[in-house]
Design a protein around this ligand. Structure first.
Ligand SMILES: Cc1cc2nc3c(=O)[nH]c(=O)nc-3n(C[C@H](O)[C@H](O)[C@H](O)COP(=O)(O)O)c2cc1C
Length: 172
């Protein structure tokens, strides 16, 4: 098992893409593109994401007392790339809702989950963050999601464009 082939195998699992934001100590804004977001629990309402131990944002993420998970829409590919670049000025040109002592909410996201830390776990070369959802807001339009699969952004075809699964077409 090489790292490369293992990464490739993991890439067979299609995901959405989110930008996880936080407020660091000193009020600095933190943001990272994240495909490791997932749901965990309904009661209590918990979600998770895992952060690379090499990420510059990790110390601030570990100290943060608020997070927001911004689930990206199909037309936010450029933002996804912008928030995946280490040490860059991720926040220039971003439209976001900023409120005191809250994590930034990125405009145009499909949904925002506003969270607080619940637990951190060892995840090997990543740290697993479990966060408790305190509030959420679903965007006004049912926009298409940004999908990440086999190392690339993809489109999710609409239900109506797909071959019907059942009944199967019968050819005599
Ligand atoms: C589609 C996509 C998904 C990503 N998912 C994750 C992830 O789940 N966890 C993670 O730590 N980094 C992930 N990254 C990489 C981070 O976004 C990137 O390393 C980080 O923003 C670097 O910022 P920093 O070093 O300034 O903190 C992903 C990048 C892309 C393009």
């Amino acid at each position: 098992m090489t790292d490369r082939s293992f990464r490739r195998a993991l890439g067979e699992f299609a995901t959405g893409v989110a930008i996880v934001t936080a407020r660091g100590s000193g009020n600095g804004l933190i943001g990272m593109t994240m495909s490791s977001f997932n749901s965990v629990s309904v009661d209590p309402p918990l979600v998770l994401f895992s952060v690379d131990r090499r990420a510059n944002s990790l110390p601030a993420m570990l100290e943060a007392d608020v997070f927001a998970v911004n689930v990206l829409a199909r037309d936010q590919e450029a933002l996804s790339n912008q928030f995946a670049r280490a040490m860059s000025d991720k926040w220039s040109t971003v439209r976001a809702i900023l409120a005191e002592r809250k994590a930034p909410l990125i405009a145009g996201a499909l949904v925002h989950f506003e969270c607080e830390p619940y637990a951190h776990h060892d995840g090997g070369d990543h740290v697993i963050f479990v966060a408790r959802v305190r509030d959420y807001s679903v965007g006004p339009e049912a926009a298409a999601p940004l999908i990440f699969f086999r190392g690339r952004y993809r489109d999710l075809r609409e239900e109506s464009e797909r071959e019907p699964a059942w009944p199967l077409p019968i050819h005599y």
